[in-house]
Every structure is written in structure tokens, then in C-alpha cells.
Design a protein around this ligand. Structure first.
Ligand SMILES: Nc1nc2c(ncn2[C@@H]2O[C@@H]3COP(=O)(O)O[C@H]4[C@@H](O)[C@H](n5cnc6c(=O)[nH]c(N)nc65)O[C@@H]4COP(=O)(O)O[C@H]3[C@H]2O)c(=O)[nH]1
Length: 560
């Protein structure tokens, strides 16, 4: 069993700050079955998302294209209108008699100087009596419609009697301008079968657009509403409509859906394979995680057989005196390879796979081996033990603790049991075990308080002795963290419930001073001592007792 069996991200999580731990454990509690399901979903979802992305990109590209065409048509139609009305304005302002030599000369000048106008002339009845083309009368054909601005549009000017002629006439007052119907649509397109049109907005119900190429549905204008421009999908087209800022016109471009589908497929051919690869990679990563979880569970069982677990003990200090009044037993796992694994990594897996009760049994045996007669000889010192939810489901744990007391000669007060809020979720069995323990004189603490799910009324319903303030709240003391005030709320609450308090993770003198000032009785943390082997703890205690004895002696000498 060489190499690390831990997923890399677990190793990173081991370095997470305390505030992250609650959620982190919950996340890790995802079962292997869920991971397998996730893998299957990931394998299918990534290609699907890639296809959706291809569709979205194609739609956006085609919509931009259609909008570009429609904007160009609107710009060209506006320019036609501008040139036509400027010419008419000039003729009206000239004061020349209609069809006079001067008037015709002006018509020719207007015609020659404009890019869009084919002819401009004087209207008599339905005919241009004279125009920039000369005195030859030109029939304007039927009026197609009159706009609210009193402009008459002739959409089929029958040049020399030919009604298929490509000219359109715009008449205002006594003058009219002729222009080629293709001019507004003369936009460069890359889509061969795109439909283009310039529509008058007031012509919604009439059957004829002002000018068009390809199929155009006048009802498309309804989609414009008050907007300046719009794109939308119909059964057969992706349509763009752009309103003219100057006239009551709109440019329309409709790209066939078949073209959109082709573009979607083109993009899909590029991105879906990447989606398939990503899906497979994601699924493999999830499967690997599931496999690692399973192998970690079997590695825990193997480690139990091979005695790879051991305990370290972190002193619990009475804040008022600095005296070490107890120590928390913390489990460690040293693999045959020398790799050291912390409980934050393996306890959640053990809890999930049911191996935790075996681990707890091992902890009790290790405490027995480590402490020997120590507890019997130090009645005021206690060892704090962590129990999990599964340990509370039967009363076996009570028997095991009885055995520990019996074999070591320890008193019940030598043992403190720590239960996390998570362990108390199944309140029925937990209550029974807590009662049994306390009936024997074994005290009980609620651990990591504030990080779990328990409500105050829930806690009040339990008989407890200690409340351990989670180190994430201690860490926040004196900072601007949002949780910096939590500890100030926990302390009076614990006091009101008659609970003694142990602050976890005290690292600075300022934190300790704050806790002392606020009446917290006990603490543990690196400020006082890091977890250590039991033998080391005994030596440290001996040293401290020696110093204390010397100080006591010195005090007595000074008094006498
Ligand atoms: N940053 C910082 N950390 C400090 C400081 N002082 C103590 N710690 C760490 O805080 C954790 C305190 O244990 P816990 O809250 O009971 O949290 C424990 C406990 O819930 C669980 N655990 C440990 N041993 C056992 C066990 O034997 N059985 C069960 N069921 N759970 C255990 O694993 C958790 C993590 O244990 P550890 O990794 O040993 O981490 C320990 C300890 O090493 C400090 O000043 N700063």
C-alpha cells in the first residue's frame, strides 16, 4: 500500500481554516452511490451543454448577421428618403414655374448630384408631366398608399407601360421622385437565400412591402413594438427588424432556419467533441473520487488490523490558574509508508462507512494503554474522548467506558465525553446514553458548538456539563470577521444554561485575555500546548508540578 491514498483536494482541505470545517465535512459526506450517479450525469450533461452552447453561439452569430443586413437596409432607405425630400424641397423653394426651362434644369442638377434618385419631376394627375428625363410624360401608376405624412408611394411605376419596371415613386405635393427598387436592398450578404425588405410601418395590413427580395411576412413588424430593433425566430426564419430613426420605415432581414441549423452543426462539430471529452474527464474524476473513498474505507479497516492508529493528547487549561486540568485525546493515523493522516480526513469516511465504532473501541483501548495507572493516581485530571453519532446508537459505549474505568482504576470524573452537534442529531438514543454516562459521573461536553444544526431549545432539553466553543469563533475574536461577535453571544447563553465552557483553538494572548474577562473557565490551543504523546504530557505535568512545588516552598519560606 505505497503512496498517498488521499485525493489531492482532501489534502488541500486539511489545510482549511476552521470556519470551513462544518460545510467541508458535509460535502465529504456525499455517498459513493451519489458520486456514481453524479459521474453518469456528468458524462451526459457536458456534451448536452456543449450542444446548447453551439446552438446559442450559432443563434447569436446569425442574429448579428441578420441585424447587420436589416440595419444596412434601413440606412439605405433613409438615405433614399433624405435625397428625395431634399430634391423636392429645392424645387418647391425655387419658385420656378412647373416644367419651365429653369425648373427642368434644376431637376437635372438634382438628379445628377444624387446617388439614389433615378428621376425627379412635376406631377400632374397620375403622371410626371415633365422630369429630369425631359418633357416626356411618365405614368406613375396606381397609388399604393398614402402615409400619415401625406406622402404617396407608387410601388410599381410602369416605365414606358412596363409594369414589371423596377422603379418606385415617392410623391410629396406637386413633385415626385423615382428610384430603383433594389437600391435599398443592395446590401452585400453571405447568406444566398436570405430575405430582405424595406417596409413602411404604416403598411402593416396592406399586402405589398415597399420593396423586398424573398419571402417577407408583414406580421413580423408586430414584434418590433416600441423597440428600435428586434430579432426573433419563426418556424422557418430567424428574423431581424430595424426601425428607421428618421422615417416610418423598417429594414427587415430573414435568415432561413436551415442556415441557422447548418451553422449550429458546424459549431457543434467543434464543441461537442470537447464536451464529450470534458464529460468523460469529469465522470472519471468523480469515479476516481468514489474509488478513493471506497479504498480509504478499506484502508481504515486494514489500518485497524495493523495497529496504525495512535493518540495524541492536547492539554485543557484552567484559564484562571494556567493549570492543566485535562487533555483531549485526538486520533492520528500513521500509515506503513510513514504518511500521517489527520482525523478531519478519515473520521468522516469512518462515520459514513460504519467503521467509526471500531475506531472508538480502538481509541478506548489506546487510552487504556497510554494512561495506565495515571488517571487512578491523578483524580482531578480528565481525558476527553470524542464520540460520534454511531457510538450513541447503542449502550455498548457505556459498557466500554465502564471497562476502561475498571481496567485503569480511573474514576468517572477522569473521563469527559465530547459529542458534536452532528452526533446529537438522533436525539432519542443520544439522550439515553448521555443519561447513563452522567448517572455514572462521567461528564459530557457539546463539541464544536455553533457550527452544527442544534437549536437552543434542543440543547436545553439535554443534560450537559460543558460547552466547547468552536475554534472558528475563537479565531474571529478581535477581527472584523462576520462571526467575531458570536462568542459574545455564546458565553452568556452557556452561563444561563449552567454549562462550563472550554474554548478551542486559542492561539493568542489577546484571545485568552478576552475569554478570561468574559468568564470562560477553560481553554485549549496552541497558545498553551499542541497535541502531544501521552508520555510527553506526563513529563510536562511533572515539570509544572515541580515548579509549582518550588514556588509553594518559596512562598512558605517567605512567610516564615
Ligand atoms: N488551528 C488550530 N487547531 C487547533 C488548535 N488547538 C487544537 N487544534 C485542533 O483542533 C481540533 C480539536 O478537536 P475537535 O474540535 O474535537 O475536532 C476533532 C474531532 O472532531 C475529530 N476527532 C479527533 N479524534 C477523534 C476521535 O478519536 N474520535 C472521533 N469521533 N473524532 C475525533 O477530528 C477533529 C479534528 O481533530 P484534529 O485534527 O486533531 O484537530 C484538533 C486539534 O489538533 C489551535 O490553537 N489552532
Amino acid at each position: 500500500m505505497g503512496g498517498s491514498i488521499l485525493p489531492a483536494h482532501w489534502e488541500q482541505r486539511a489545510a482549511l481554516r476552521p470556519a470551513d470545517r462544518g460545510g467541508d465535512m458535509n460535502r465529504r459526506a456525499v455517498s459513493s452511490a451519489t458520486l456514481l450517479l453524479l459521474a453518469a450525469v456528468a458524462a451526459g450533461v457536458a456534451p448536452w451543454l456543449a450542444y446548447r452552447e453551439a446552438h446559442y453561439q450559432a443563434h447569436r452569430a446569425e442574429a448579428d448577421l441578420a441585424l447587420g443586413y436589416a440595419r444596412d437596409i434601413t440606412r439605405r432607405t433613409d438615405e433614399t428618403g433624405r435625397q428625395a425630400f431634399r430634391g423636392i424641397d429645392q424645387l418647391e423653394a425655387s419658385g420656378f414655374p412647373p416644367c419651365s426651362v429653369e425648373s427642368q434644369a434644376l431637376m437635372r442638377r438634382i438628379d445628377l448630384s444624387s446617388t439614389y434618385i433615378q428621376a425627379i419631376g412635376y406631377v400632374r394627375g397620375d403622371t410626371l408631366a415633365c422630369s429630369s428625363m425631359g418633357m416626356q410624360p411618365v405614368a406613375l401608376g396606381a397609388k399604393t398608399f398614402r402615409t400619415s405624412r401625406n406622402v404617396v408611394v407608387h410601388t410599381r411605376v410602369p416605365l414606358a407601360g412596363d409594369i414589371s419596371s423596377p422603379l418606385i415613386g415617392i410623391q410629396r405635393g406637386d413633385y415626385a421622385v423615382l428610384f430603383h427598387r433594389d437600391l435599398p436592398l443592395d446590401t452585400w450578404t453571405t447568406v444566398p437565400d436570405v430575405s430582405l425588405a424595406a417596409l413602411h410601418l404604416e403598411m402593416k395590413d396592406s399586402g405589398t412591402p415597399m420593396t423586398n427580395r424573398g419571402y417577407v411576412d408583414r406580421r413580423w413588424l408586430e414584434q418590433l413594438g416600441d423597440k428600435r430593433e428586434v430579432t426573433f425566430l419563426t418556424d422557418r426564419y430567424l428574423v431581424a427588424v430595424v426601425r428607421s430613426p428618421s422615417y416610418l420605415n423598417a429594414g427587415v432581414a430573414a435568415v432561413p432556419r436551415a442556415h441557422l441549423d447548418r451553422r449550429t452543426m458546424d459549431i457543434a462539430m467543434r464543441v461537442v467533441p470537447a464536451g464529450v471529452v470534458a464529460g468523460i474527464a469529469l465522470a472519471l474524476a468523480i469515479l476516481l473520487l468514489a474509488r478513493r473513498q471506497m479504498s480509504l474505507a478499506s484502508a481504515i479497516r486494514h489500518a485497524l488490523r495493523k495497529n496504525e492508529f495512535f493518540l495524541v493528547y492536547q492539554p485543557i487549561v484552567e484559564l484562571a490558574t494556567g493549570k492543566w486540568v485535562g487533555a483531549e485525546a485526538l486520533l492520528r493515523w500513521r500509515r506503513a509508508t510513514g504518511e500521517l493522516i489527520g482525523p478531519d480526513l478519515f473520521i468522516p469516511v469512518a462515520e459514513r462507512t460504519g467503521a467509526i465504532t471500531k475506531l472508538t473501541e480502538r481509541v478506548l483501548r489506546l487510552v487504556q494503554e497510554d494512561t495506565g495507572r495515571f488517571l487512578a493516581d491523578h483524580p482531578t485530571f480528565h481525558v476527553a474522548l470524542n464520540l460520534s453519532a454511531a457510538d450513541l446508537l447503542t449502550t455498548t459505549i457505556v459498557d466500554l467506558l465502564d471497562q476502561l474505568l475498571h481496567r485503569t482504576g480511573a474514576r468517572p470524573s477522569n473521563v469527559l465525553v465530547e459529542l458534536t452537534e452532528r452526533a446529537l442529531l438522533d436525539i432519542g438514543p443520544a439522550r439515553k446514553v448521555i443519561c447513563d454516562l452522567r448517572a455514572r459521573g462521567i461528564e459530557v461536553a457539546i463539541d464544536d458548538f455553533g457550527t452544527g444544526y442544534s437549536s437552543l431549545s434542543y440543547l436545553e432539553s439535554l443534560e450537559l456539563d460543558y460547552l466547547k466553543i468552536d475554534r472558528s469563533f475563537i479565531e474571529a475574536i478581535g477581527t472584523r470577521a462576520p462571526t467575531s461577535q458570536v462568542v459574545s453571544h455564546i458565553i452568556p447563553m452557556a452561563r444561563a444554561m449552567g454549562l462550563r465552557m472550554i474554548a478551542e483553538g486559542v492561539e493568542t494572548r489577546e484571545q485568552a485575555d478576552f475569554l478570561i474577562e468574559n468568564g470562560v473557565q477553560y481553554a485549549q490551543g496552541w497558545l498553551f500546548a499542541k497535541p502531544m504523546a501521552f508520555a510527553e504530557l506526563c513529563l510536562a505535568l511533572e515539570r509544572m508540578n515541580g515548579v509549582q512545588a518550588n514556588e509553594d516552598l518559596a512562598a512558605q519560606v517567605t512567610q516564615t
